[in-house]
Design a protein around this ligand. Structure first.
Ligand SMILES: NC(=O)c1ccc[n+]([C@@H]2O[C@H](COP(=O)([O-])OP(=O)(O)OC[C@H]3O[C@@H](n4cnc5c(N)ncnc54)[C@H](OP(=O)(O)O)[C@@H]3O)[C@@H](O)[C@H]2O)c1
Length: 340
């Protein structure tokens, strides 16, 4: 089937770091060798997008740039190569290429290898959120399983900012695998929501006894594998609570504050602290493992790895969409609807 592709398209354009995103009409890109053009359907706003808008994210692009790291749509044009031709006409989940404009546009050009055709039972909205958080949830359990267990006792996980889309996936995956997950949130409303969803161990960091409660539970559950998305003072609080020989992975910086830690918490405890970035983890996987992971995610999208959607906005209301997301992160994802 031949598609009519307009010469220009609407896109969210960022003029420079920290600029207010603007909706502009720009030329529709053309796919080259090994690439496809996707008529975009939907794309979420994630914390990584907010970091990209500000500048200082792990992926930087030449300005002016179109933001957006993941989305979904239909492949409407294919460059040379077997994979692009195979994907032609297919509905896909897609990730933006680090060197091209991103998903917040009516059309996006990307590598065919960064698209996955989706099964019929998956909605294009869920497909739009298939890479960043579901893949990270799989990665966390992969990291957990590969860490040598020097304690020889069953281990638990601690995760912070746990009312997030990712936090809820980690809770459900932990339940399925019978791995206890301690979810740290910052508001009572989040405790109530997670409890209603079946989470067993929830701790509110705003409570006066937060550190005492966390330490007690961390030791009871031998929760030595810790994932932190908050940064700032949370890192020292986690180290204070951690059993000896814990591994702390910092994967987010939601508080935006610098972390100051007591060196004794590393020197005398056998604790380790390091960063986690999905991009690095993906690079450590073979092509086959990545294909198997995307299949696994598709099979779990309606279950453990599904994402709650709060609201949809048209592209013209991008700044309202961003504000709505920033002020209601725990209510679910805000999606930009780009097409039919
Ligand atoms: N390193 C990686 O490769 C990687 C991959 C995927 C995700 N991530 C990170 O994972 C985290 C969750 O992502 P997501 O898309 O699942 O998020 P999300 O669904 O948009 O939710 C964000 C959550 O963070 C909470 N939050 C915001 N600011 C906070 C702060 N200063 N202190 C404590 N909690 C705060 C929000 O609570 P309120 O409602 O109270 O604001 C909300 O529950 C983000 O930090 C993201 O960058 C990292």
């Amino acid at each position: 089937m031949a598609y009519t592709i307009p010469e220009t398209m609407l896109a969210v354009v960022l003029a420079e770091d920290g600029a207010t995103p603007e909706v502009k009409r720009i030329p529709t890109p053309q796919p080259g060798v090994g690439e496809v053009l996707i008529k975009m359907y939907s794309t979420p706003i994630n914390p990584s997008d907010l970091a990209f808008l500000k500048g200082g994210y792990g992926i930087q692009k030449e300005y002016p740039a179109v933001p957006g790291f993941e989305g979904s749509g239909t492949v409407v044009d294919a460059g040379k190569g077997i994979l692009p031709k195979l994907w032609m006409g297919k509905k896909v989940a897609c990730a933006a290429s680090p060197i091209y404009d991103g998903c917040w546009a009516e059309y996006m050009k990307t590598k065919a290898g960064m698209c996955v055709p989706i099964s019929k039972n998956i909605s294009l909205d869920q497909a739009a959120m298939m890479f960043v958080n579901p893949m990270t949830a799989l990665a966390f359990f992969d990291v957990y399983k590969k860490l040598p267990n020097t304690t020889k006792k069953p281990r638990g996980i601690i995760n912070t900012a746990a009312a997030s889309a990712l936090g809820r996936m980690v809770i459900k995956m932990g339940q399925k695998q019978e791995i206890p997950v301690v979810s740290v949130v910052r508001r009572q409303e989040q405790v109530d929501v997670l409890k209603a969803e079946g989470a067993e161990y929830i701790i509110n960091s705003s409570e006066p006894d937060f550190e005492i409660n966390l330490k007690e539970l961390a030791h009871k559950l031998n929760a030595t594998v810790i994932f932190d998305a908050v940064g700032g003072s949370m890192v020292q609080q986690l180290l204070n609570a951690a059993p000896k020989e814990s591994n702390l992975y910092i994967y987010g910086r939601l508080s935006e504050d610098t972390c100051e830690i007591n060196p004794g918490n590393l020197i005398f405890t056998g604790n380790n602290i390091q960063g986690f970035w999905l991009t690095g983890w993906l690079h450590s996987k073979s092509f086959l493992q990545s294909v198997l992971n995307t299949r696994k995610i598709q099979s779990l999208l309606g279950k453990e790895l599904g994402t709650t959607i709060h609201k949809h906005f048209p592209i013209e209301q991008i700044n309202e969409a961003i504000e709505t997301y920033k002020n209601n992160m725990s209510k679910g994802k805000v999606l930009i609807r780009l097409g039919e």
